[in-house]
Design a binder for this molecule. Sequence first.
Ligand SMILES: NC(=O)C1=CN([C@@H]2O[C@H](COP(=O)(O)OP(=O)(O)OC[C@H]3O[C@@H](n4cnc5c(N)ncnc54)[C@H](OP(=O)(O)O)[C@@H]3O)[C@@H](O)[C@H]2O)[C@@H](O)CC1
Ligand SMILES: [K+]
Length: 498
Amino acid sequence: MRYAHAVETVRKAEGELMARLPDGALMQRAATGLAGVCARVLPRVYGSRVVLLIGSGDNGGDALYAGSQLARRGAAVRALLVGSRVHEAGLAALRAAGGRAVDVPRSAEIPAGSAASMEVAAADLIVDGLVGIGGSGGLRGPHASLAILAGAAEAPVVAVDLPSGIDVDTGAVEGTAVRADVTATFGTHKPGLFVNPGAAHAGVVEFVDIGLAGELPTARLECPQAGDIDALLPRPEPESTKYRRGVLGMAVGSDRFRGAAVLAAGGALRGGVGMVRYAGREAVATEVVRRWPEVVVSVLDPGDPLAGLPEGVNAWVVGPGRGVDGAAAAELESILATSAPVLLDADAVTLLGQRPRLVRDRAAPTLLTPHAGELARLLPDTSPREVEARRLEHATRAAEEYRCVVLLKGSTTVIAEPGRPAAADPTGTSLLATAGTGDVLSGLVGSLLSGGLAPREAAMCGAYLHGLAARLAHDGGPIGASDLIDALPAAIRALRAE
Ligand SMILES: NC(=O)C1=CN([C@@H]2O[C@H](COP(=O)(O)OP(=O)(O)OC[C@H]3O[C@@H](n4cnc5c(N)ncnc54)[C@H](OP(=O)(O)O)[C@@H]3O)[C@@H](O)[C@H]2O)[C@@H](O)CC1
Ligand SMILES: [K+]
């Protein structure tokens, strides 16, 4: 598991550790780790041209000390000073090691052909020490110009602690931010490194241990790795039966959206469920069984649909393609009145917006799996754009307001549960941005719920496998939701092989 802490927590932990260490010791640890990352990125240190982008704060100080270490190993190091101040001791160390510093004019534009722009273009490695955890908002003035120049240069960019310009605690990017190939982060990960758009700016994240672990409380955000997911996934045991492995009830699809039912059932079956019990109209049930003969169906009578809902299921998936009419609302209410874990997706989330109490007052485990548009409908005065830009914040808010677990789908899937650290899925990919992938996810996570996982853990495992399956299914061309289903067994195998 990778853990991330908010800025305020990092500052407090650093303060406590610093009080017990000699002056500057923490920065030296950070700088040495950073120099090591830079040395691994460069084909060779000796003779290479390293350009440091240096802002006012200690982030620049880290870069200057790391630059001094690289200069001692024979690199030609240039520091471009762009802040209103500079870390003087770091600058002195760089100069003593043979590095040079250039003052960048504080004007907003850095003209092509200026010394600074030529240095950046000719670099073998660019180190982003513009701002760290003391930054706020998108980059300003010459900081922004340097970030753009670095993005246009051929050299790899190593970000110090985080890519300058991303919001450390949320991953939001408001304006210009550095796009790094590698980020060397100190002491703990920062939430913005795991959540898009920040995560997409961070590149490969390398953790540099500066001895902070003992001072850190519970993480704000967790990012599960393959081993964590493997440890959570239910495994069939010798005495497993289809009932023990889990019976999943599915109230999904409608005459109009039959494919949603087929895809969701496929996600459940390939997710390892013991048995799927599909409940729906005859035409849909027929399609489901044609594609998946192992599904047991309950054909619902349009005159009295609630009477036909199967009993004795371990968990329910409700909503994808189901519609938002009165019958769908009554069905949702009836399923939420049971004591089984329930996953609400798509139309069921929309219905919930008008009836929040259905979930708020529910004692049994409940999981919502909205995309940004659906989540926005659950939160008053919130637009889908705002949800996309600050995913973590909005998922957390919805989980608290509805007192349940929320999996927010999208460019980074995040999972929130009141009183627990949020989780960010690392496997997400734009390959998943096609119709029907959400239906597959609902079935997959439902199967894990029916297998006994708690909603947060089922959501973490489902999101991880879903992204991994997309990557495995991808052979260069586009993929569809059905390909995801086919790739799920390979994703589970790949996890176990690691
Ligand atoms: N604490 C520790 O023990 C350790 C800390 N460590 C390191 O210190 C880093 C934190 O250092 P920090 O607190 O000095 O802040 P940091 O982010 O370098 O600079 C903030 C300054 O930048 C500016 N600025 C802000 N926003 C801006 C914007 N949008 N666009 C442009 N400029 C902007 C603003 O300056 P001003 O504009 O006022 O000149 C502000 O004052 C941390 O990330 C890690 O790398 C490690 O060595 C380990 C030990
Ligand atoms: K930085």
